[in-house]
Write a protein that binds this ligand. Sequence first.
Ligand code: KIV
Ligand code: ZN
Length: 532
Amino acid sequence: MTANEASSAPDQIVTAGSEPDAGRVIIFDTTLRDGEQCPGATMTYEEKLEVAACLDQMGVDIIEAGFPIASEGDFEAVSAIAKRVKRATVAGLARAGEKDIDRAGEAVRHAVNGRIHTFISTSPVHMKFKLQKTPEQVLELVAQQCSRARNWVEDVEWSAEDATRTEHDFLCRCVEAAIRHGATTINIPDTVGYTVPDEYYALIRMLIERVPNADKAIFSTHCHNDLGLAVANSLAGVRAGARQIECTINGIGERAGNAALEEIVMAMRTRNDVLPYRTGVESTMLSRASRLVSAVTNFPVQYNKAIVGRNAFAHESGIHQDGMLKHTQTYEIMTPESVGVAKTSLVMGKHSGRNAFRTKLKDLGYELGDNQFEDAFNRFKALADRKKHVYDEDIEALVDEEIAHMHDRTKVVALTVIAGTMGPQSATMTLDVEGRQHTVQAAGNGPVDATFNAIRQILPHQAKLLLYQVHAVTEGTDAQAEVSVRLEEEGRTVTGRGTDTDTLVASAKAYVSALNKLTVKRQKTAQAHEAV
Ligand code: KIV
Ligand code: ZN
């Protein structure tokens, strides 16, 4: 711990009606709802359960597990998470309609602590063009939606969508009505990422001071990052009296994303002198959560991303390295260990056995079931045969991939590529599609093109390739390649990722992974249409 870091020891949570400032801020994670809404970040049912378990273990207070009315898949994921999670509260999102609220109520009813999060737009532009309702009609719906949600659960959150562009008098009336009809948490979203810290501070203060029953609810922030201000705005909201922050791992979410959970937690820990607040999040799990979310969404974490980017603790320039060697606090405001980053080490080789591998996984924060462990161990052995030095990053990439692709309906079985100056390049590819193997041969304009053409022969589709990106997991020419492939089909975007010491095999895995995601997304869209 560095001088400014405060402990993240759990503390009593402020509840509606209790003393306003115990310094404890509730962390409401919406990675599985707002995060999953962002283009390309679809997660499967199993992946959602995996992420929820990680969030619960990490000490997140509330997990927003999804939007139950959106599709059968969303409903099932929210119900399963509600049944499994024992510590955190599980929330389901609902619009103002009765069907929405009842569906959310059914989804969270088996939770130890279940919450319905219901919302409606309150800004003039949203009411007029999106809802086509008058302010008085909206006010009526606020009362109805909160009362209906309260029939299902005691823990009701109400959100004023587009609150930061809402007229103050009207917002006060809506908040007052929501609390009067049973809401225990009032969320003030900056839906379009438009506000700035001083303005958001003033808005939260204004509401707490002017709404007569404000002391009966907890105020919450929900800031989008369109201007890169989501974290700063959320912290300003807390300084103004909000005691819940809605955020996501890696800041994923609609458009430019939501406030990043890891940044919020570490800002409060590192600058506890000026932000005297605490969360219940175990900060040493931040890195692990970031990697897991990145692996299951196939969304790479930007290298210079605060807290969890691979360069966040790397010191490259001579001056910085010299300073660091003399004293780490010259350029380090928090330690890598405090966010769960182990120092890069030469860890294992082909002679390492099961026990050593199990211990290493534990050190890196993974707990795998027996079958998963066996698969990961076999893949580790295969990697160690091909690669001289196996680093922590290699093992993380390997296990993350194992988790991400565990339930894929299509898997890469074999690939042989003929490449080089003589051309034409060709690829012979075997894929396992739901247990049946298919082998084809295809030519292409280069080995990657040939590989992708072969995959297209087995899995014909119209999706457009938006991105093909390769980077090395570690250094050296034998490093594993990590490939990202982004596809777009009828407005649906998906990203797949694959890792292998062979760049072409990694490319094939990434492409197949994107197609697997696309299948899930097509099914979800079809279910959503049926539900509406
Ligand atoms: O950004 C937003 O307004 C939301 C609401 C549904 C809370 O995500
Ligand atoms: Zn949002």
